[in-house]
Design a binder for this molecule. Sequence first.
Ligand SMILES: *[C@@H]1O[C@H](CO)[C@@H](O)[C@H](O)[C@H]1NC(C)=O
Ligand SMILES: *[C@@H]1O[C@H](CO)[C@@H](O)[C@H](O)[C@H]1NC(C)=O
Ligand SMILES: *[C@@H]1O[C@H](CO)[C@@H](O)[C@H](O)[C@H]1NC(C)=O
Ligand SMILES: *[C@@H]1O[C@H](CO)[C@@H](O)[C@H](O)[C@H]1NC(C)=O
Ligand SMILES: *[C@@H]1O[C@H](CO)[C@@H](O)[C@H](O)[C@H]1NC(C)=O
Ligand SMILES: *[C@@H]1O[C@H](CO)[C@@H](O)[C@H](O)[C@H]1NC(C)=O
Ligand SMILES: *[C@@H]1O[C@H](CO)[C@@H](O)[C@H](O)[C@H]1NC(C)=O
Ligand SMILES: *[C@@H]1O[C@H](CO)[C@@H](O)[C@H](O)[C@H]1NC(C)=O
Length: 645
Amino acid sequence: MNNSIKSFISLVNILVLLEIATADPRTHTVQVTCGNQLEHNTTVYVPNFVATMANISQQMTASGFGVAVTGTGPDINYGLAQCYGDLSLQDCVLCYAEARTVLPKCYPYNGGRIFLDGCFMRSENYSFFEEFRGPNDTAVCGNTTRKSSLFQESARQAVMTIVQSAPSNRGYARTQMGVSGSMNETVYVLSDCWRSLNETSCRQCLENASESVLGCLPWSEGRALNTGCFMRYSDTDFLNKKLGSGSSRGTIIMIVVSVVSSLLVLLVGGVVGFYIWKHRYIQKKRRGSNDAEKMAKILNDSSLNFKYSTIEKATESFGDANKLGQGGFGTVYKGVLPDGREIAVKRLFFNNRHRAADFYNEINIISSVEHKNLVRLLGCSCSGPESLLVYEYLANKSLDRFIFDEQRGKTLNWEKRYEIITGTAEGLVYLHNNSKTRIIHRDIKASNILLDSRLRAKIADFGLARSFEEDKSHISTAIAGTLGYMAPEYLAHGQLTEKADVYSFGVLIMEIITGRQNNRSKSAEYSDSLVIITWRHFQAGTVEELYDPNLMLQNDTSDNVKDEILRVVQIGLLCTQEIPTLRPTMLKALQMLTKEGNLPAPSNPPFIDEKTMELNDAYDNPCHPLNADGSSSVASVSHSSFYPR
Ligand SMILES: *[C@@H]1O[C@H](CO)[C@@H](O)[C@H](O)[C@H]1NC(C)=O
Ligand SMILES: *[C@@H]1O[C@H](CO)[C@@H](O)[C@H](O)[C@H]1NC(C)=O
Ligand SMILES: *[C@@H]1O[C@H](CO)[C@@H](O)[C@H](O)[C@H]1NC(C)=O
Ligand SMILES: *[C@@H]1O[C@H](CO)[C@@H](O)[C@H](O)[C@H]1NC(C)=O
Ligand SMILES: *[C@@H]1O[C@H](CO)[C@@H](O)[C@H](O)[C@H]1NC(C)=O
Ligand SMILES: *[C@@H]1O[C@H](CO)[C@@H](O)[C@H](O)[C@H]1NC(C)=O
Ligand SMILES: *[C@@H]1O[C@H](CO)[C@@H](O)[C@H](O)[C@H]1NC(C)=O
Ligand SMILES: *[C@@H]1O[C@H](CO)[C@@H](O)[C@H](O)[C@H]1NC(C)=O
């Protein structure tokens, strides 16, 4: 009888297994540990690192494990990644995508490892493939529930079973063990050694891991994060149920509830109860993992998704000859798709997005934003080895190449420049008033205004700033290049409204009219900011002196045109007023640009302290608001004292 009960319970478990057709990619990060050696030479290190990631990516897709070595010398890059044996290859790709977007957080340190709930990854400048123990081996315990001694006993047993069986199976084993004497409790255990280890090393790793993970008892959850292996026990079922590639490789050890009871009725009642409880639990869980699976499917099927290999080919493997420039968020390459379409590919090296799916979601939003004055985002490669954005290619590149260049500047007469100014305004109005998602650009500047073949303005990089909010180092680089355009309240207090874009737009107007850059401070022939200079000349009635000679205004240029330029300068000053509420909205600014009518007199732009503030000092000074996390620390600092010229 005991046997038939056992097979009945097995059947229940099989039903449970079949029931869950969906999977959880387990992309939760458990721990990231960075080394303490700085990379030697960035221009060598970064491409090596990226190449290692790309190489591993292909292996992961095929087998859930990958090692690669790229380069020579001190910046040589060794990489290893592995998904734990129960993960499906599809989930593995998602987990790896997460790992490889988070691990670069260690940069500029040249080593680091990341443990996620579904996979592991490590990168160093030496061969660590055979290492299986180290000083940082540790256990991370969950503290939510204190478990009974019965549970603890079962957990010990299950972990010991794993340590016995796993080493001969490359370290991979999973088990679920019913807690004896308890109808509704089960212990779930998973282990895996990195496949680069031999059986002896793996066993030693698992023995150490098992001891440290059991140190988590009586808590309901423990994970051992060792140099050569991973082990986890839990009272909740985290194991992947998909009977896919994982199970063919590994052994599913099913230890069935052994109940000490002689009352069949009670037992069957209990089992049914167990089944119903489990069933409910699974249904709850399915909803969550459905999203993950849906996202994975969307990622793969969507027309927005470009295959990494397609883009690699299109850009001739990101060859130097195809490099268009370094943008705020990455390097941009020109590419040609198989169908002949020209594209611009932005390669985002170090982005710390939480996960590929989130990133994709945002791309989805941004790509639905369409307007004649916005650069079209065609899609991305979001789940590949690195994050790539694919844009339409614009032959004339960016506005700064024209207005700040004596020769190319001649191509843009006043009429063209006026058209660029109003086009930019229209694009911004569209972003600010977009019904789906209100988008504040945050980084309006000449190099972000691209020009199409007929020299019409198209705004680039909109919507991206939001994606990079958490990545501080990245944002500060972006800010560094853009200081001259930043509204004082945003710079000082991080206060972000549409009026920050209005301010940047005002600066842009002045640059377009004068051909001078606002943020050139040292080597420039003038020492005040362009905004202040314009303001002073405007008050003195001498703005004309500032006009770019390339506007090619003759002495006989009609007064109409001169009035028009002066009017646009005044709109620029209205947009750069110190007090945000006084600045017009973009819609109002556009109306001022395109319609007649009196303009209000502008009030002063941000006050500027006489002592020039070196930009680098601002970044090195931990008290500087740009480096502060919260806004409280900046309250007492007058923003006028550090507003750069
Ligand atoms: C151990 O961790 C510390 C802190 O994260 C780190 O500085 C150190 O380099 C690590 N040691 C090894 C051998 O990885
Ligand atoms: C870094 O490496 C590049 C390529 O080998 C070389 O051109 C450059 O001079 C190196 N930089 C430093 C600081 O050594
Ligand atoms: C990946 O790296 C291995 C060794 O590190 C090398 O043999 C293999 O050719 C690489 N594969 C690709 C696609 O670069
Ligand atoms: C690893 O990088 C560090 C720092 O750049 C360097 O000192 C060390 O020699 C490198 N190790 C190897 C094995 O190249
Ligand atoms: C296993 O690997 C370790 C570390 O590389 C090595 O010291 C040991 O001799 C190997 N054992 C066997 C049986 O190959
Ligand atoms: C215990 O867990 C809670 C959330 O589950 C967490 O906020 C808290 O920091 C944890 N405490 C310890 C000591 O780990
Ligand atoms: C599990 O069973 C125990 C008694 O064996 C009971 O105290 C506990 O509340 C039950 N837990 C759940 C989640 O049903
Ligand atoms: C596991 O190995 C580490 C590093 O060798 C050591 O510090 C630790 O004491 C070991 N833990 C156990 C429980 O054996």
